[in-house]
Design a protein around this ligand. Sequence first.
Ligand SMILES: [Zn+2]
Length: 266
Amino acid sequence: MIFDEGVRWEMLKPAEFLARQAERPVVYLPMGLCEPHGHVAPFGLDTIKADWLCDRAARRFGGIVAPTMAYHTHETGYHAPWLRQVMGDVNPRLCALPPHLILETLLYQFRAFHNAGFRAVVVISGHHGSQEDLRRVSQAFEDAFDFPIFMRTDPELVSKRYPGDHAGRYELSQMLAIRPDLVAMNRASRVTSDELGRFAQNPDVSEATAAYGNEILDAQLVAIGEAVAAFRVGENLPGKMISFRDVVPVWEGILAKRTQWATLNE
Ligand SMILES: [Zn+2]
């Protein structure tokens, strides 16, 4: 990913940060992880598209992009049988963390955003499958601190128009639009010929095109823009600082409902 340095929290100096924030006090959190996306694509496809969507959204609709969360849930919940099915005995080279770490971290990320002076959050996850739990955390923080949060996986942004997939026509089209230099479409046939097998690649990957990818990404940006416009952040007065201790009971409430977490149920 080549970041848009003018909208990235890490790359802004105080004067520019505060000016952007005053104009639109919205922060975007890109979430992804490294997991197999076939022989044709890089491991970080999910992270790369989340970064791209957040950078473009901040440039177009205002606001600042927070440091990327490039570790995510996997290996638990429905991902566990899926992994066995698409990988078999091959090492998938994942960078997953247990759900409780991801969810508790997300909660404290919201605290950091609130205390840094933002008034609303957009979370875009390029990795699909744990969105119910990410929203569970978002809702708990929103309820406790009156802080609006919009959380979607990228296919959810366009769910009525484009069927999302894993390392197939949909995701590889996005990748061809964002970073064609990282795609090796001439390796598409390795699904059947390579000793590593499918490596989680979808059979329709050869149908991917940059044009289709651009269509999907444009529609996703429109959806993010609608969410940002609906925030009405101008009416929110800056809240008081939230301490680490203030967040503890919110986390305890989420933890108490652990048996309902989608990331822990197959
Ligand atoms: Zn993916």
